[in-house]
Design a protein around this ligand. Structure first.
Ligand SMILES: *[C@@H]1O[C@H](CO)[C@@H](O)[C@H](O)[C@H]1NC(C)=O
Ligand SMILES: *[C@@H]1O[C@H](CO)[C@@H](O)[C@H](O)[C@H]1NC(C)=O
Ligand SMILES: *[C@@H]1O[C@H](CO)[C@@H](O)[C@H](O)[C@H]1NC(C)=O
Ligand SMILES: *[C@@H]1O[C@H](CO)[C@@H](O)[C@H](O)[C@H]1NC(C)=O
Ligand SMILES: *[C@@H]1O[C@H](CO)[C@@H](O)[C@H](O)[C@H]1NC(C)=O
Ligand SMILES: *[C@@H]1O[C@H](CO)[C@@H](O)[C@H](O)[C@H]1NC(C)=O
Ligand SMILES: *[C@@H]1O[C@H](CO)[C@@H](O)[C@H](O)[C@H]1NC(C)=O
Ligand SMILES: *[C@@H]1O[C@H](CO)[C@@H](O)[C@H](O)[C@H]1NC(C)=O
Ligand SMILES: CC(=O)N[C@H]1CO[C@H](CO)[C@@H](O)[C@@H]1O
Length: 816
């Protein structure tokens, strides 16, 4: 047979798979049905723009290894990155299902809720209502996405991975209209909407929250679906680090399945990073770690990942009993109940104790079981052995540590050498400077001026004045204001404590007599509002009035209102327009970076340095010592930084009780420290040799403290319970365990990384463990890598097969 013949056969085979595996997705009151069989879906959210395409296959694989069978993502209308169909294809190649939430509103701490700001600026539009202009744009966008997915055959009905889709996510829109739009696409997979009592069938209304065990959908023949089980919480500038314990998360999931749930999704399974200006808010940090089972960099967040993996494996092993089984319940009172599911010889029983104060002893089918408070114990065979207890973590705890750049033995060579350049704010007059041909006699909403093409708006006017001592007063709607008078910096104020509207006043100064004064205001946003009923209408930037005031013994007097002066607007700053952050080589030479007298604590300063890529896994950069600004590596944004913004001193506690309903104020750490010190530099941003880091420092900081470090497992700890089976420890990747530090049989005190011996202990413990431990390769790394490479190859192949390319663009005004 000729080579050609073999190739032809191979492609015919591929086609065969694609066309034959079309799935019929439907549902009944019990579960989603795939090819008419009820199924359990355990899904996790991974938002494609919060990691890089290079990270996707491994993240998805780690999710699969963690026991998930589906991945959920939103589609982000305003993402500067286009929707990568490659992400959906990577899910498919890994053998998982996909849940596609088209929005168009995304409730995800994403800038402006995922809606493009130009939408807001279309005359006559009312976002998220049944306004015809909005409906036309929404229909246009939704159609674009659905058509693209259809064209690439990504819906399950076409043999693709998408088993469920969503339109609409809160808002005041007519659900009937949305349902009509959704149905018109005829994609033949079920549509879901967020929890709404009036969800028109066949749409399924779903639950979001920290617990969903009490949730009942609006219709009896809709299954109970939990689309957002919050695995932790997001972080804001000035906020402490939130943590949700593995015990509590596992409890909420086990309880959901105990009470008849069949579809659950972790929000987030991998949170990732808010690169660029995509962080919503205001004031959401660049890290979107979320304390998710996979951490910001894609490492396993242990023990959460492992504790849930065990739970998923048990739940999925009893899929038929859970979806078809006869259900029996015993209520023991005081929030305790047993539930059994039995079907055709397969069975699973849950012993639940939702009582947050008291442990319980439950007599179940003649055997006594101790069920700790706020926990579920699972007996996969309904007798004797509690194979899984949500309150008993049998998985290692990993303590992550920063390691200095190890690319070379000579650490000295890694001291970063900086060059710098000031950013000037010259007086702008209408048309006198590029990007400044907008003038107005009012203070305009910053969204209107910029269409969100920049964080920054610079406005200037020329006040006429005498020689009295005066001060400047400006009302602003967020988030940061810098004021300059005749080129001199007169003050800066940032919103704090969630008070985004504030009044700014300078100290007193004198203007030049008569004309030719220059008053410049620089307004900076830190993520546009993304949540709340009318979030899209919240004004931002300089609001006015802008006044000159005189301060006297008897009070403050308004001397002149400048609000109606002629103000010239300029969007962005010159350094960004010129591309200072990305230009290298001989082009960069003409920018004349200063190599001497590197300034510290200087506002509005550009810094640049080169560095060698660190060895090992994904690197992060430690930006401790800097003020606030934006950072780029090799021209790619790694996001806003603001290490000078410390989190609240109060609210943290050294211990964390998983019992009782979780809230985002529970189990906080990092009090009084920089709210974000570490910034993620994905591997794919780096080159083998010289790499360039550029900073735009807005507040002033010390670049000499910046270091390249990787984050890796430093220590692992674990607790073995009687009857808990073997205990496995691993340090991920190719690293090996080097030293056994502490072993205690009894009641040690402290937490992982800082244990001390308790009162009850055995001196033999250390040697027993040392002698009996078996070291082996955790999982077949080579096989993992082969399958990873295989997926990459398949993705590449599919992309070249598809002429239209692997992504789509939409929207207008796509300017960074
Ligand atoms: C912003 O977008 C609107 C709507 O697309 C458009 O009419 C307007 O000209 C844009 N404004 C700027 C400053 O680009
Ligand atoms: C839909 O969007 C596309 C791409 O932005 C545009 O070309 C088209 O005119 C839009 N259609 C409507 C009806 O607005
Ligand atoms: C928890 O259990 C204790 C006794 O075991 C009982 O007194 C208490 O009322 C229970 N709490 C709830 C909320 O049911
Ligand atoms: C019950 O289990 C048997 C053996 O595992 C299997 O052959 C049979 O198809 C099952 N019946 C149903 C209805 O699933
Ligand atoms: C449960 O029962 C199956 C056979 O029905 C058996 O293979 C398995 O080992 C049992 N598991 C436990 C934990 O007892
Ligand atoms: C500003 O300049 C533009 C173009 O140079 C001009 O069209 C516009 O009328 C000017 N606006 C004012 C208020 O002078
Ligand atoms: C400023 O003028 C340029 C061309 O001179 C034009 O492309 C741009 O849209 C104008 N911007 C505003 C905000 O009017
Ligand atoms: C405060 O004192 C100044 C003179 O020092 C006077 O012009 C002004 O009217 C006084 N304001 C009030 C509110 O009394
Ligand atoms: C949007 C939503 O469902 N919020 C809920 C999340 O869960 C917490 C705790 O159960 C509730 O208080 C919220 O109302």
């Amino acid at each position: 047979m000729s080579t050609m013949g073999v190739l032809l056969l191979a492609s015919a085979f591929l086609l065969l798979i694609q066309f034959c595996s079309a799935l019929r997705v439907s549902y009944d009151g019990n579960a989603l049905k795939i090819d008419d069989e009820r199924r359990i879906v355990i899904s996790g959210s991974i938002h494609y723009p919060r990691s890089t395409p290079e990270m996707w296959p491994l993240l998805i694989q780690k999710a699969k290894h963690g026991g998930l069978n589906a991945i959920e993502t939103y589609v982000f209308w305003n993402a500067h990155e286009p929707l990568r169909l490659r992400f959906i294809k990577a899910i498919q190649e890994t053998g998982l299902y996909a849940v596609l939430r088209i929005g168009p509103y995304v409730c995800a701490e994403w800038n402006y809720g995922g809606l493009p700001v130009w939408l807001h600026n279309i005359p006559g539009i009312k976002l998220r209502t049944n306004n015809p202009v909005f409906e036309r744009e929404m229909a246009n966008f939704t159609t674009l996405i659905v058509d693209m997915m259809k064209h690439e055959k990504l819906f399950a009905s076409q043999g693709g991975p998408i088993i469920v889709a969503q339109v609409w996510d809160e808002g005041k829109q007519d659900l009937q209209w949305c349902a009509g739009l959704a149905e018109s696409f005829k994609i033949e997979v079920p549509w879901i909407v967020r929890q709404e009592n009036d969800a028109p069938q066949p749409m399924i209304d779903t639950c979001n929250g920290w617990y969903c065990d009490q949730f009942q959908p609006a219709h009896n023949n809709s299954p109970r679906m939990w689309t957002e089980n919050w695995t932790g919480w997001y972080k804001g500038w000035g906020m402490q680090d939130p943590h949700r314990t593995a015990e509590d998360l596992a409890f909420s999931v086990a309880r959901f399945f105990q009470l008849g749930g069949t579809f659950q999704n972790y929000y987030m399974y991998h949170g990732g990073t808010n690169f660029g200006r995509v962080a919503g808010g205001p004031y959401i940090t660049t890290s979107y770690d979320y304390d998710a089972p996979l951490d910001e960099y894609g490492n396993l967040n242990q023990p959460k990942w492992g504790h849930l993996q065990k739970l998923h494996n048990i739940i999925l092993s009893r899929e038929r009993a859970l979806t078809y089984g006869a259900v029996d319940k015993i209520d023991y009172g005081n929030m305790r109940e047993a539930t059994s599911y039995r079907f055709n010889g397969s069975e699973i029983c849950f012993l639940g104790n939702a009582n947050e104060t008291n442990d319980a002893v439950i007599n179940f089918e003649g055997i006594m079981y101790k069920v700790p408070s706020w926990s579920v114990s699972i007996l996969p065979n309904c007798s004797h052995t509690e194979v899984y207890k949500t309150a008993q973590v049998n998985t290692q705890i990993s303590v992550m540590e920063g390691v200095l750049n190890e690319a070379d033995d000579n650490k000295e060579s890694y001291a970063l050498i900086w060059v710098w350049k000031p950013e000037h704010f010259t007086h702008i007059k209408n048309g006198s400077v590029k990007h400044s041909n907008l003038t107005a006699n009012v203070q305009l909403d910053q969204k209107l001026v910029t269409n969100d093409t920049s964080n920054l708006v610079h406005i200037s006017t020329d006040p006429i004045w005498g020689d009295k001592e005066i001060a400047l007063r400006v009302n602003i709607n967020g988030h940061i204001l810098h004021a300059f008078v005749n080129g001199k910096h007169m003050g800066t104020q940032a919103a704090t404590n969630g008070q985004f509207s504030f009044t700014f006043e300078t100290k007193s100064f004198k203007l030049k007599h008569g004309k030719n004064n220059d008053l410049s205001l620089l307004s900076v946003t830190v993520g546009l509002q993304n949540y709340g009923q009318f979030f899209d209408e919240v004004d931002v930037g300089i609001h006015g009035p802008v006044q000159l005031i005189a301060r006297a013994e008897n009070g403050t007097q308004v001397m002149k209102d400048l609000s109606k002066n002629e103000w010239t607007y300029k969007v962005g700053i010159d350094g960004i327009h010129k591309g200072m952050y990305k230009i290298t080589g001989h082009q960069a030479a003409k920018y004349k970076w200063n190599t001497r007298d590197i300034p510290n604590e200087r506002m509005f300063t550009w810094y640049k340095t080169t560095f060698k890529a660190p060895l090992g896994t994904d690197p992060v950069v430690d930006l401790m010592g800097l003020g606030k600004g934006h950072a780029w590596v090799n021209g790619k944004s790694i996001g806003r930084y603001w290490p000078s913004y410390s989190s609240d001193e109060l609210g943290c506690s050294p211990t964390c009780n998983y019992r009782g309903a979780y809230t985002d104020k529970k189990c906080l750490t990092n009090c009084g420290l920089p709210s974000q010190r570490w910034y993620h530099v994905p591997r794919s941003f780096l080159q083998a040799d010289d790499n360039v880091l550029v900073l735009f420092e807005e507040f002033g900081g010390e670049p000499n403290n910046v270091k390249f470090q990787t984050v890796t497992i430093g220590k692992v700890c674990a607790t073995a319970h009687q009857g808990g089976g073997t205990l496995e420890l691993s340090c991920q990747g190719r690293r090996i365990l080097s030293n056994l530090i502490f072993v205690n049989f009894g009641d040690p005190e402290g937490t992982c990384g800082s244990f001390s011996r308790g009162i009850c202990e055995s001196p033999l413990a250390f040697s027993v463990i040392e002698e009996s431990a078996v070291v082996r390769s955790e999982f077949d790394e080579a096989a993992e890598e082969r399958s990873y490479m295989d997926i990459l190859r398949k993705l590449k192949k599919r992309e070249s097969e598809i002429e239209r390319g692997n992504y789509i663009w939409w929207g207008r005004d796509r300017v960074l």
